[in-house]
Ligand binder design. Structure first.
Ligand SMILES: Nc1nc2c(ncn2[C@@H]2O[C@H](COP(=O)(O)OP(=O)(O)O)[C@@H](O)[C@H]2O)c(=O)[nH]1
Ligand SMILES: [Mg+2]
Ligand SMILES: [Zn+2]
Length: 369
């Protein structure tokens, strides 16, 4: 990649060919500067220009446009600025910095989230090269959760690795590593480590293959999995919140939107995230089957083309994949179907109210003459 000198600082914070070609093709208007989002709060963001951090506000029109965006064929609307995004921002005469545009992301990791009664799409992080799925080898260990996180990552088209933390607390590391490896398949690396050992040196060595300059990594996993501890091991200079000061001064529900990017000494960008209480995949049943590669492959040999692999005669999937695997698949399909149902019902309901409203107005008009 041939980087113009002016963009060199951005390369240090993860700028890649995708953004470079956008910026070359469509240079930012005078006064607007390209920066990366490293933290998102409810009412403001923190940006990095490759040299320093800057607090900024976001134009309400940009929030609105993103929030109501709905990709074609997508069930649930919603897009938002996320950590990892590249944005164009400019300073006002009063010195305040405003985000005006977002460059189209190269990828997004998003989940479906129920916000009060509405189903929305919530972007967790954008423009990442690899997701490290963190899971503790203690009581946090769960192969079904691992399966779900892996699908989230793979369906976003992003590479994954599984980092099993707290190896020091687990008496049978090898068998758990083997179980995790069996769930994720041979193409996804699985490693076990003790993030606290040798002041984090062990963790840094284990993750070295993914820490090359300009790489963006994100840590995902349940609360308590050891994500912040690992971040601290990788970024000794900028401690992430392990329940310490940085997290403590953030209030209430705002905390849940904070995802912070740090630079490692090797030059990689690492994004720590808060744990997700629920992880609802943003997908439909058809895409889900494609996501379960083994199911999709076997399904071609089922006798019925619309086989649901639930005991139909001549089902190749039922015999070919493990019982647990099939159970996970059906559970996720049911979840996706329920979401579809919810959205359709709400649409019908809205339609009914509109029709009632029209009837009432017509009746009133008639009465008034
Ligand atoms: N013994 C041990 N404890 C760990 C390890 N990784 C994390 N912890 C502890 O697990 C707890 C939760 O870790 P934290 O990083 O805050 O989890 P997060 O919620 O995923 O960010 C903390 O008390 C850490 O000290 C590890 O590899 N070994
Ligand atoms: Mg944490
Ligand atoms: Zn079948």
């Amino acid at each position: 990649m041939n980087i113009p000198e002016t963009l060199a600082p951005l390369h240090r914070i993860g700028l890649q060919d995708h953004e470079l070609s956008i910026l070359k093709h469509d240079p930012p208007p005078p006064g607007l500067v390209t920066m990366r989002v490293i933290e998102v709060q409810r009412d403001r963001v923190v940006l990095h220009d490759g040299n320093a951090e800057h607090e900024a506000q976001v134009l309400p029109a940009l929030w609105r446009t993103l929030a109501t965006a709905q990709a074609p064929g997508q069930l649930v609307p919603g897009d938002s600025l996320a950590v990892g995004d590249w944005v164009l921002s400019g300073r006002e005469p009063d010195g305040s910095l405003w985000v005006r545009q977002r460059l189209p992301p190269r990828n997004q990791i998003a989940r479906r989230h129920r916000d009060e009664s509405l189903l929305v799409r919530q972007v967790l992080v954008s423009n990442v090269d690899r997701v490290l799925i963190a899971m503790g080898l203690d009581s946090d260990f769960s192969t079904t959760r691992l399966e779900r996180y892996l699908l989230l990552v793979q369906m976003a088209g992003v590479a994954a690795a599984v980092v099993l933390t707290k190896a020091d607390l687990c008496p049978d590391v090898e068998s758990r590593v083997a179980r995790a490896q069996a769930v994720v398949g041979d193409d996804v690396p699985v490693l076990a480590l003790d993030s606290l050992a040798e002041a984090g040196a062990l963790a840094r060595a284990a993750l070295a293959p993914w820490l090359s300059p300009g790489q963006t990594l994100v840590l995902l996993g349940a609360s308590g999995a050891g994500k912040s501890t690992l971040t601290n091991a990788l970024v000794p200079s900028a401690p992430a919140g392990t329940g310490a000061v940085r997290d403590g001064d953030r209030r209430g529900r705002h905390t849940t939107t904070v995802r912070t990017m740090h630079l490692t000494p090797e030059g990689a960008c690492i994004i720590d995230t808060p744990g997700l209480r629920t992880l609802r995949l943003d997908t439909d049943p058809q895409a889900l089957e494609r996501g379960f590669g083994d199911v999709a492959q076997l399904a071609a040999a089922c006798r019925f083309r619309d086989c649901r692999h639930q005991g139909e005669p001549g089902c190749a999937v039922r015999d070919g994949v493990g019982e647990q695997r099939l159970k996970s698949f059906h559970k996720l399909v049911r979840e996706a179907e329920r979401d579809e149902q919810t959205v359709l019902e709400r649409k019908t309901e809205r339609g009914r109210w509109k029709a009632t409203g029209r009837a009432v107005r017509a009746w009133m008009k008639e009465k008034r003459g």
